[in-house]
Design a protein around this ligand. Structure first.
Ligand SMILES: Cc1ncc(COP(=O)(O)O)c(C=O)c1O
Length: 417
């Protein structure tokens, strides 16, 4: 029997949302045509994954808890989309402050802090609204916003002033479509922990213009020396704060994909606007986060659990040592100027391109360094700050030392004659 020819065409096309979803890191890094030098082992100091070298591993005790919970068979079903009640209660206890007490209903568990950022943005913004985000800043804020049609306006962090927020610039960006100010403290990529006073100054702007804060506090408590981390919500009675957090960095388990939104709303401003309900509705889109990882939150987040507390203290001390090494060594490199970190796992370094013979910008610095010295860094352009690069200093000391020696040699070779 003869088949009738089908004249219809497949009506399939990638969605606009997908086309608008562009991660600036991939956009810039994938365009680079540089390959590592095959004669030198590669040292990656580029991605913010503290697990790359296996030297910062969470205690076996947590692994055992997880294994027991798997074996119990109790966590194979769907948790509520907002998270198990006991897990939400554990987060509430962990993130509440003396002045802003929380309970389980104030917490929505998400798939990583990334998932929490998406929930918070989507609950507050409509397409056409805008959110103020830091420059330099973590690229997911832009990526999430563009994917959903939310406008972004970058407020400047001043590299000459410890990456403090330029408050006048921040104010100048606010219009009647501005729905939130995102504050990332401690900061990726800057590695800076803001003082209490500076956070209060930012809150004063939010209060004056009646704009809620979304505080990305994923690096909470990873601080060095005398620097103290202040949760944004602990410093205000009036400004509503959606605090984003998670276990990825503090407990060195980014693959476990667990984060949260904590709703601090002492004047019921968000509640009256039904924002908590909005976050709950949005959490139903992916039916919440992984059940097994939620099952160990009560132990991981227990501030009286000595094993976990010792791990966290040791982690901060190790990172502080790595930070000092980074600053000490890279300050000696020709043409480079570190802006000393006060927390996190990141160090920003300014490149004086005029000090080099044949390096036009940060892209070229990072590309040539890779092809000659096999050291991977991320150029500042990825974070909207050209002529800087970011170092992730989680690698063991011997690897960091070798990488920094290669960077010093590279700077010497390319020095302007
Ligand atoms: C500032 C900041 N916020 C959020 C995240 C995302 O964290 P998660 O892995 O929990 O999604 C990261 C990850 O690097 C980050 O640097």
């Amino acid at each position: 029997m003869q088949q009738k020819e089908n004249t219809r065409k497949w009506n399939v096309e990638a969605s606009i949302a997908a086309k608008n979803t562009v991660n600036p890191i991939r956009q810039i890094v994938d365009k680079m045509n540089y390959k590592p030098n095959p004669n030198k082992p590669t040292i990656p100091l580029s991605i913010g994954d503290p697990c790359v070298y296996g030297n910062l591993k969470i205690s076996d005790y947590v692994d055992q808890l997880l294994i027991e919970n798997i074996k119990s068979g109790k966590f194979n079903g769907y948790p509520p989309s907002t998270g198990y009640e006991f897990a939400r209660a554990a987060v509430a206890e962990y993130v509440q402050t003396e002045t802003s007490k929380l309970n389980s209903k104030d917490i929505i568990i998400a798939s990583g802090a990334s998932g929490a950022i998406e929930l918070a943005f989507s609950a507050i913004l409509n397409p056409g609204d805008n959110i103020l985000i830091p420059k330099p800043g973590f690229s997911l804020y832009e990526c999430t916003s563009k994917s959903k049609g939310f406008g972004i306006k970058y407020y400047n962090l001043q590299s000459q002033n410890n990456f403090q927020v330029d408050l006048e610039h921040l104010k100048s960006l606010i219009d009647d479509k501005t729905k939130a100010i995102l504050v990332n403290n401690p900061s990726n990529p800057c590695g800076i922990v803001y003082t209490k006073q500076h956070l209060q100054d930012i809150l004063a702007v939010a209060e004056e213009y009646c704009i809620p804060i979304i505080a990305d506090e994923i690096y909470a408590d990873i601080t060095f020396g005398d620097n103290v981390y202040y949760p944004m919500a602990s410093l205000t009675e009036t400004v509503p704060v959606l605090s984003i957090g998670g276990i990825a960095k503090r407990f060195v388990v980014p693959g476990w994909r667990l984060g949260w939104v904590a709703i601090h709303d002492r004047q019921n401003i968000l509640t009256n606007a039904k924002i908590p309900d909005a976050i709950i509705s949005l959490s139903q889109l992916i039916l919440g986060s992984n059940s097994l990882i939620q099952s160990v939150l009560p132990q991981i987040l227990d501030k009286n659990n000595k094993i976990v507390q010792d791990f966290c203290n040791d982690l901060a001390k190790t990172l502080e040592t790595h930070s000092k090494l980074t600053i000490d060594m890279l300050s000696k490199a020709h043409g480079l100027k570190p802006v000393p970190s006060s927390g996190t796992m990141y160090q920003m370094i300014e490149i004086d391109v005029n000090a080099f013979e044949d390096i036009a910008d940060d892209n070229e610095f990072v590309g040539k360094l890779l092809s000659e010295q096999s050291v991977f860094l991320l150029q500042g352009s990825v974070f909207q700050i050209p002529n800087f690069f970011r170092v992730v200093f989680c690698a063991p000391v011997d690897k960091l030392t070798e990488a920094y020696e290669r960077i010093i040699e590279f700077c010497q070779i390319h020095k302007k004659k």
